[in-house]
Design a protein around this ligand. Structure first.
Ligand code: AMP
Ligand code: MG
Length: 513
């Protein structure tokens, strides 16, 4: 049994409600509340992430104690708790939110002596469940399990999935929000990250009447997770904010690289470590569209659309700056860090795009027009974002293998054909030119462009089958996602089929989970 720390530092450090009362309520000035998970007596493990378990020193095969732990069946008086946080949802202040269906299960030390937080997700209600039941359905649990692992193997900073179980209970959900709730299988997962601290935790602490709470939380976070920060006083908090900005930029760049749309970039879903967390109505973008949002709740304003994710990250950082403000009391200093966001972001973005196109770096004078031409072409022909680059790699390797039908969702008009041909000719010229300078590198291209992505229609099929007790596709996807840059599993590397167009759960998703 790996060593799970019974007295986690967070609740030793911060004011905690120790009542073990999970009734919905405000817990002002308390950063956490002790809660027990539900004892699902018929819980059944579906999958364990053996690779990750091994890193944690969990022995395989599992003994019954570990199995029970993963199923949230803990009899010992573990100090399991839910944390309080606040947040801005869809641009509006939402007051107290908190872990509504995540419960801290322990901390675990990996083989590199790094500490990981372990949470059960879907193991019952907490004071922060508001009107929710604290449960999770199989559909959303499969989606979080697979996507967090897919992101890890793509190389995107993310929380991880350690296990998934059926709870043996049914849960009522109104998936389409149309007044027709239906019983769905309940599930729970064990997820882990170095920390699940969110911008929202700092927004919560900042609003506390306990004026020392914000400083304490920030000091603790810096000491534990930002050990490279050595400055003191105001500079320490500014350096911290700057670091969070940089982590956030890196995460968003990676989302753009692989075509990930989070769907609910509320400040309570923004990790202070720049990890992708809280996988809900996300999607991997298929048809290129800067305006694409995967979340039906986001439709009116498309606030969280693919192309807006960078500016929303900036908006969220502004909310974090507001929360941290009392620690520094200088607008100008925060403003400077926020203002630098745009330049840093675009530099990194252009660099990342050049990598996708196979070039080592981005030289504005040489490349800006070329990138613009690429962007305009994408907006015009709306190819499958992933498969466009797969075909472009074919073009580089052997033009005879290049087939636009593999990435197009609608036939090209003659004008579009001209534009595509022009781009390809231009690309060819640039490549020949840059090869002489050793700036073109197929390997960079291969590392930057996944071939396998978790498309929503695949997840939809996997969850439909799993609802019927068949987990074959789930397990197959779980294998395919481990080597996203390889050509294994060609049948899973195709365009979205026609039948999936417009099917709820295949293109767009609700928040219901
Ligand atoms: P989200 O929009 O998923 O980030 O969730 C916002 C808040 O609602 C968080 O406090 C969640 O923990 C909570 N929440 C979402 N779904 C449920 C649920 N089924 N039961 C309890 N709380 C939930
Ligand atoms: Mg959330």
């Amino acid at each position: 049994m790996p060593e799970i720390k019974i007295n986690p530092t967070f609740i030793q450090e911060f004011p905690t409600d120790i009542s073990y009362n999970n009734l919905p309520r405000a817990t002002p000035n308390r950063m956490a509340t002790l809660v027990y998970p539900v004892h699902f007596s018929r819980a059944e493990l579906i999958i364990i992430n053996y690779e990750l378990a091994a890193e944690f020193g969990i022995e395989i095969p599992l003994n019954s104690r570990v199995e029970a732990f993963l199923n949230a069946q803990v009899s010992e008086q573990l100090a399991t708790y839910a944390t309080a946080y606040s947040g801005h949802q869809f641009g509006n202040w939402a007051g107290q939110l908190g872990d509504g269906r995540a419960i801290f299960a322990g901390e675990i030390c990996d083989e590199n002596q790094k500490l990981w937080e372990i949470q059960w997700k879907g193991a019952g209600s907490t004071p922060y469940s508001r009107r929710g039941d604290g449960r999770a359905v199989l559909r959303s649990t499969i989606r979080e399990y697979l996507m967090s692992e897919a992101m890890y193997h793509l190389g995107v900073p993310t929380s991880r999935a350690l296990s998934m179980s059926l709870t043996g209970e049914n849960v009522m959900r109104d998936m389409l929000y149309d007044g027709n709730p239906k019983a769905e299988k309940g599930a729970l997962m064990v997820r882990t990250a170095e920390s699940f601290l969110r911008f929202g935790h700092f927004e919560f602490a900042a609003l506390s009447s306990d004026r020392s709470l914000l400083k304490k939380l920030t000091d603790w976070t810096i000491k534990r997770y930002f050990t490279e920060i050595t400055s003191i006083d105001k500079n320490k908090y500014l350096d911290f904010f700057e670091k969070v900005r940089d982590y956030t930029i890196e995460m968003i760049i990676e989302w753009y690289r692989v075509g990930f749309v989070h769907g609910v970039m509320n400040t309570d879903n923004m990790s202070i470590l720049g990890l992708s967390i809280d996988y809900g109505p996300y999607a991997m973008m298929e048809d290129y569209d800067l305006d694409f949002t995967s979340n039906t709740t986001d439709l009116p304003g498309k606030r969280y659309a693919f192309g807006k994710q960078a500016s929303i990250a900036h908006w969220n950082l502004t909310a974090l700056a507001n929360a941290l403000f009392p620690l520094v009391n200088e607008v100008v200093a925060f403003q400077k860090i926020l203002d630098e966001f745009e330049e840093i972001f675009w530099n990194k973005f252009d660099q990342m795009m050049m990598h996708k196109l196979g070039f080592e770096d981005f030289i504005p004078e040489k490349d800006i027009d070329f990138l613009k031409e690429w962007q305009i072409l994408m907006m015009d022909i709306r190819p499958d974002f992933t498969l466009f680059f797969v075909e472009l790699m074919h073009w580089v390797e052997d033009k005879n293998n290049f087939n636009p039908n593999n990435f197009l969702y609608q036939p090209l008009t003659p004008q579009q054909q001209v534009k595509l041909n022009h781009f390809l000719e231009n690309y060819e010229k640039k490549r020949n030119l840059e090869q002489a300078h050793k700036r073109f590198n197929l390997e960079i291209m291969q590392k930057s462009n996944p071939k396998f992505i978790l498309r929503n229609y695949l997840l939809f099929q996997a969850t439909q089958e799993a609802e019927q007790g068949n987990f074959d596709l789930f397990f197959r996807l779980n294998e395919a996602l481990k080597n996203p840059y390889s050509s294994e599993f060609p049948d899973l590397q195709q365009k979205r089929p026609d039948w999936a167009d417009g099917v709820p759960g295949c293109s767009m998703l609700s928040c219901s989970s």
